[in-house]
Design a protein around this ligand. Sequence first.
Ligand code: HEC
Length: 658
Amino acid sequence: MRSQIFRCGVLAVLLMTVWPSAFSFTQSQAAAGRLVYARACGLCHGTSLQGGAAEALSGTAFARTWGDGRHQAADFFAAIAKQMPKNAPGSLSQADNLALAAFILQSNGYAHDAEPLTLAAFAGALPAAPASAALAASAPAGAAAASASFPQAPRSVLPPSGSGPQDAQLRYVADADWLTFNRTLAGDRFSPLAQINTGNAQHLQVKCIAQLGEMGSFETSPIVHDGQMFVTTAHKVLALDGATCAVKWSYNYVPVDPEHLPGNRGVALYEGRVFRGTTDGHLLCLDAASGKLLWDVRVADGALGYEITGAPVAFDGKVFTGDAGADTGIRGRIYAFDASNGALVWAFDIVPHQADAAGASWSGGTDRGGGATWSSMAIDPQGHLLFVPTGNPAPDFNDADRAGDNLYTDSVVALDLATGKLAWYVQQVAHDLHDWDTAAAPALFAHGGERVMAVASKNGLLYQYDLDTHQTLSQAPFTTRSNVDALPSAQGVHVCPGALGQYNGPAFSPLSGHLFVASADRCNVLTRAEPHYVPGGVYFGGMFRMDPPALQSGWIEAFEAPGGHEIWSVHRKDPVLAAVTPTAGGLLLTGDMGGSFLALDAGNGRVLYEFATGGPIAAGISVYAVAGREYIAVPSGSSSRDAATATAAATLIVFSVP
Ligand code: HEC
């Protein structure tokens, strides 16, 4: 699941047709709220609450998130008063916050009244928005209805102007390039560049900075080919010069379907085309040279909570992607589209149909069984296999309708590149009740005569498997694990790790034979409740509450491959969600949610260089070369709900040595 701190108060109350009198607000309050909104909120949420850099606060988006009659009014008010405005949380007066609440409610069809809104009104459930009953009635019956009509082929298809990189370049990535989310198809994240190394890392300096003009989640992994860099924000794709940060082109996507949680993890680059997903469920193809839209596939129904946030991978004439949004009760699938025209080549059901063989691992409930994939994927060209990490079953914290192992959730599935047929799978967490996705793409590598797959699960364990026999070689904890067997209950149980962990995976250095993995060490109180399905709304079957920021921290660790023996471990006071990047210069590059970019000695974990970027780092750090000079690209400023404290705007900072 993606970050959801305050959206979770699910109460089993009937839709209220009569408003509690405590919930009135006055016309003058709403009018005052309109002015505060224009000054403090419109920048991100759109001048008429229609959404922009951040989600819409009106219409179906509001109805799904808050106005279904089942959400706690206190959570809605806390979202405004404690978490907003995102760039200065909690900075407004209580009177302004109440006025804002009145204005947002009025904009969603709630009528004003003679009594002003006061804090006392926020004790119970938020009454249903007048529009939301209609929404629930008119919405399709569920994911099953959606899969009949999706994906929808592009209306038009244009050719690209360029042609690289091609399969051969993806098989053997040039030292100067960073071609996929985790650099290579195998996803080891190792850069063979050594100009920046343990001897000169302390002389690192900022070479250029690009402000990308969007705020919110920023989790992109910069892709670099021939000195040209491609990054994404929730809605933008930018092509930049890797040495100067000069923006060559910028494409801004305006969602056409409802978005759930705006966010994106980067592009795939292939044969002159750039591919990215969108949070309203589309897959876009742009011309790498100009940023022009070449085609747009409506992959799945955004109105039902389907989104595409992971970085696609392209190879063998196809572009591979999958559905995210397990926490809204989707039924996840993996897709291969023809890279040239967006035609569907095959689809694989992560959550099977009840009649499929794997359907026996569910007692029912496969229609909304979750099984999202949302970071990226790996490919073994020799074995002709695609390796896809899969996420939690839904509803997250309530298993009443899903007895069994719930295949193929919380697994890595290996699919035939040409047909999508399942070759094999390993499930890290069977019958998950903790939201422990296998979120990060695995790393595939050869070491000591063995071919290995390393997987970092949100359950805090680093798994290593033999790629040929599929046997588990080792299993090692890389973050605090406590009370791992406790199940969500009505009173709540405290469990570590929590639900907001790991979406960046392990990295492997062939020089040392070590695996590196970072973690967000933060625990949750998990509560179980009756699940209520509202199309496109959250579908947790309970809720989770994060530990306060002061109790959160992070780890960066090195392990032996394939034995899993720990080599070293570094504790950070802030969670580490960013990817880790080992280099041939003996460095390990990463960043933390406190905003520090870090260059460590990969041999012992010693910090050789630290730079305060001013914004949380939650993305991939890429290493590449332009005209013979090595650079490090650090995406900073991820202000999603993952960022407990710091906020900033999406910024790309490029480092090098003199
Ligand atoms: C700088 C950008 C920014 C500004 C300004 C901002 N917000 Fe937000 N807001 C966000 C983002 C991003 C989210 C998504 C949640 C997250 O990642 O924290 C959000 C989430 C919310 C939510 C929860 C919506 C949901 O569907 O879960 C509400 C309500 C909200 N904001 C209200 C406001 C109000 C009221 C203001 C003005 C006082 C405001 N915001 C100002 C960026 C902003």
